[in-house]
Design a protein around this ligand. Structure first.
Ligand SMILES: Cc1ncc(C[n+]2csc(CCOP(=O)(O)OP(=O)(O)O)c2C)c(N)n1
Ligand SMILES: [Mg+2]
Length: 539
């Protein structure tokens, strides 16, 4: 077999079914092998950043690994901001890139796409990055990379294969999938943690992205029910409990009313979250007297807040174990307290920025419970990330840690590829749309219909606001835009303009029913969100 066939066969036996990529002269051997695979589907993208963000969206929506395939040099480096996005939010994607021939590496002879030490660019944003140095090692390196990506905290992996190795033809037997046995172990004793929960009177839960990665929603819900504890979610944890659940407190922990609920509790149980800058208002959020931290990554314990106790392990396994041991407790008033908190927050928003609430309500009512919302860095998404109700895990995708502008359109295509039966709605601004608008063609050509919502304020609005509030003027933020409706029509997709949030609901339901890629431009200005992004001139 060829090196390219070895790659595809190794991916097949490890149950990889989807590759997002773009061909180049160095990786054609892999493409040739894909053309003969009946297990692997290739999605042709229009830019490598689009390809890698599609892999990210696919993985967030499905929990499965997707591959991004690129050629040497510029193509490989085009993926970097996407890989950083997956790394920061703990998403397992695999990047496979070609490289110049082994015997010419590092010589700077003037080869096309020449890039010495290409693999090093990926080392800080993957859990494992490997330059393949031998044809025979291809299956082992692919298997090991996948094992490392799934071991503990999920993270991306990178494999780089020189052209001469991909073109090699030799005997190779590939029949062993990876020996991945899952994250079964709890790494420390947890009796003290049980005592902590049992002795608390008013515990409260903070559920993060780790609960979703670990598919631990059921166990988290059981914990909450057993001890009558409200559940706040982080932005990455949104959907880990349904917002229909009576004890769901939403992603509202940073609102003064949310903080009151937190202040009123005597124990915070945080699961699969690491207390980032934006989840804690630059670590000024005050935690209750006692704090139990449950996380799979031991390096996150004590990094930002010192816990009273901790458990290191996969959320599902840890929650199953502690649920079996804790003593049930009841707090009959708590569901009322949560209702009061939610009403007070809603009232506050209606007073300071009513149209923000109309916007969130319109989107929520216009889509079904199982629809997947994919957000970009735009004011409308800032409203949704705190206020919109989410009912199922893996239906709210947000590039939270890295804040990668241009994320939502390609990630939505990846999500649709993973979940073809769910409506997928991408929320973006005019600025973010123009970062990756070319991927509309991927959506049409590969038949992954998505709904594109463009909030058009003809500017990098969030930065314009920040500049004006910090310096009293603005520079470099006003955008000359095309006519987005005509642009959509030129791609051959249904496109319309909506001038008011109140009619967005109807338009959304209408376009979702078409089951085709559609574009809606919204021109009503989005107000500055309540619980706004923090990092403006903070020390
Ligand atoms: C890759 C990348 N480049 C730049 C930024 C900085 N940035 C954050 S939000 C933003 C403006 C987004 O504008 P738009 O998409 O129109 O949304 P709006 O703020 O107007 O709602 C920019 C430039 C970023 N987050 N990521
Ligand atoms: Mg804008």
């Amino acid at each position: 077999m060829t090196g390219g066939e070895a790659v595809i066969r190794s991916l097949e036996i490890n149950n990889i079914s989807t590759i997002f990529g773009i061909p180049g002269s160095h990786n054609l051997s892999i493409y040739n092998a894909i053309s003969r695979s009946n297990k692997i589907k290739h999605i042709l993208c229009r830019h490598e950043q689009g390809a890698v963000l599609m892999a990210d969206g696919y993985s967030r929506a499905s929990g499965k690994i997707a591959v991004c395939l690129t050629t040497t040099g510029p193509a490989s480096l085009n993926t970097l901001s996407g890989v950083g996005t997956s790394y920061t939010d703990s998403i397992p994607i695999l990047i496979i890139s070609s490289q110049n021939p082994t015997f010419l590496l590092g010589k700077e002879k003037g080869l096309i796409h020449e890039l010495s030490e290409q693999v090093n660019f990926f080392k800080n944003i993957t859990t494992i990055s490997t330059l393949v140095d031998d044809f025979k090692k291809i299956p082992e390196i692919i298997g090991n990379t996948i094992t490392e990506m799934l071991k503990g905290r999920n993270r991306p992996g990178y494999i780089e294969i020189p052209y001469n190795i991909l073109e090699t033809i030799d005997e190779l037997v590939i029949n062993e999938p990876i020996k991945y046995i899952g994250n079964q172990k709890i790494h420390n004793s947890y009796q003290n943690a049980i005592n902590l929960i049992n002795s608390s009177k008013k515990p409260i839960i903070l559920s993060g992205g780790g609960v979703i990665s670990s598919n631990a929603s059921y166990e988290l819900l059981n914990l909450s029910k057993k001890i009558d504890a409200p559940v706040f979610t982080t932005v990455l944890g949104k959907g880990s409990v349904s917002d229909h659940y009576r004890l769901s407190a939403g992603s509202l922990i940073l609102h003064p009313e949310g903080k009151k609920l937190l202040d009123d509790s005597d124990l915070l149980i945080a699961v699969g979250t690491r207390f980032t800058e934006e989840e804690t208002e630059s670590w000024s959020l005050k935690l209750p007297e006692k704090f139990l931290h449950i996380d799979i990554d031991k390096n996150e314990i004590g990094k930002n807040y010192t816990p009273t106790d901790y458990i290191i392990g996969d959320a599902k396994i840890v929650l199953q174990s502690i649920n079996a041991k804790i003593i049930p407790k009841t707090n009959i008033n708590i569901s009322n307290d949560i209702k009061k908190m939610k009403n007070a927050i809603r009232q506050h928003c209606i007073e300071v920025a009513p149209s923000g609430i109309t916007l969130v309500d319109s989107i929520r009512k216009g889509i079904s419970d199982d629809s997947i919302l994919v957000s970009d860095l735009t004011l409308a998404a800032y409203w949704c990330r705190r206020f919109i109700d989410v009912y199922k895990p893996r239906t709210n995708l947000y590039p939270w840690g890295f804040g990668t502008l241009g994320y939502s359109l390609p990630a939505a295509i990846g999500a649709k590829c993973a979940s073809p039966n769910k409506p997928v709605i991408a929320i973006m601004g005019d600025g973010g749309f123009m970062f990756n608008s070319q991927e509309i063609l991927t959506s049409i050509q590969e038949n992954f219909p998505i709904i594109i919502l463009i909030f058009n304020d003809n500017s990098y609005g969030v930065l314009k606001f920040q500049q004006e509030s910090l310096y009293g003027n603005n520079i470099g933020v006003n955008l000359n835009n095309p006519d987005f409706v005509k642009m959509g029509e030129s791609y051959g997709i249904y496109s319309e303009r909506v001038n008011s949030f109140s009619t967005l609901e109807k338009s959304l339901t209408n376009v979702i029913n078409k089951n085709k890629t559609c574009l809606i431009e919204i021109t009503e200005p989005v107000p500055w969100p309540v619980m706004h992004p923090t990092p403006v001139n903070n020390d």
